[in-house]
Design a protein around this ligand. Structure first.
Ligand code: F6R
Length: 253
């Protein structure tokens, strides 16, 4: 695991965006795994700024998002699909057919198989998501954030390291942390997430962490042995992981 400690969230955003843009330069047809949430927002803003100048950054790239809430429509402002459009996809030259975000309503699966219950359709949605990643030739570079409890994607503590894309129950602490995205509404209790095994198949992984709230998780990532109680520790088993942390998140390292 390679570590880069940067000054603050601004330097984190610049550093991560440069790594993303360098990877796109090196292989314009790259297959990317992408996160949402507060941490990568600066990276996306920086990337969009650069791509306005360079223009063809994402033309041939393929993207797979890590996760999406169950029961939330794609065009709901709180969906991760909307997040990605707002922060990245609407501002770069990516081809819509090469964007992949799990559908928390499994809409097209339910249209194709009207007899399926929602849960059965979601299960099939997850299988199809894994298949789409395989068809694209598997992930080459995946960016991750980290939850305070060590989750990556929405793989909460206790997740087996060989898990694949599936529907999961969100931890109460995760629902609380994300309540800010659901003003006046209940935070969904379930999500679709790539599994830890899916993430570990990525050729390279870059994990981003910013702010004191992540300091304890970063301490555990630097000191703990791999254990499912702390999902991010699965990354210790991967040969090409870079962790970029700002000084606040690196406080207890
Ligand atoms: C989101 C995701 C989550 C977040 C994590 C940290 O797509 O996969 O694992 O990365 O919950 O979220 P923030 O960055 O909002 O602290």
């Amino acid at each position: 695991m390679k570590w880069r400690v940067v000054q603050d969230q601004h330097e984190l955003a610049r550093t991560a965006a440069k790594m993303l843009l360098d990877a796109l330069d090196e292989d314009p047809q790259i297959v990317l795994g992408l996160p949402t949430g507060g941490t990568p927002a600066g990276m996306y803003a920086q990337t969009v700024g650069e791509c306005r100048v360079a223009r063809h950054c994402f033309e041939l790239a393929t993207t797979f998002n890590l996760d999406e809430y169950v029961g939330i429509a794609r065009d709901d402002p709180a969906s991760y699909c909307s997040y990605m459009r707002t922060h990245l996809f609407d501002h770069v030259d990516i081809a819509p057919e090469r964007i992949h975000v799990p559908d928390g309503l499994a809409t097209s699966v339910r249209q194709q198989h009207p007899a399926l219950s929602l849960d059965e359709a979601l299960e099939l949605e997850c299988v199809k998501y894994e298949e789409a990643i395989q068809r694209a030739g598997s992930l080459q570079l995946t960016f991750l954030g980290i939850g305070r409890n060590g989750h990556i994607g929405f793989n909460e503590p206790g997740t087996p390291f060989d898990s694949r894309t599936r529907v999961v129950q969100l931890a109460e602490s995760t629902r609380k942390a994300n309540a800010r995205y659901f003003p006046g509404r209940e935070v969904p209790t379930r999500a679709i997430t790539m599994g830890i095994g899916t993430i570990l198949d990525s050729a390279a992984i870059i994990l981003l962490a910013s702010g004191e709230g992540k300091a304890e998780a970063i301490r555990r990532l630097s000191h703990d042995e791999p254990h499912p109680d702390f999902p991010a520790s699965a990354l210790l088993r991967h040969h090409d992981v870079t962790v970029i942390v700002d000084q606040a998140a690196a406080k207890f390292r």
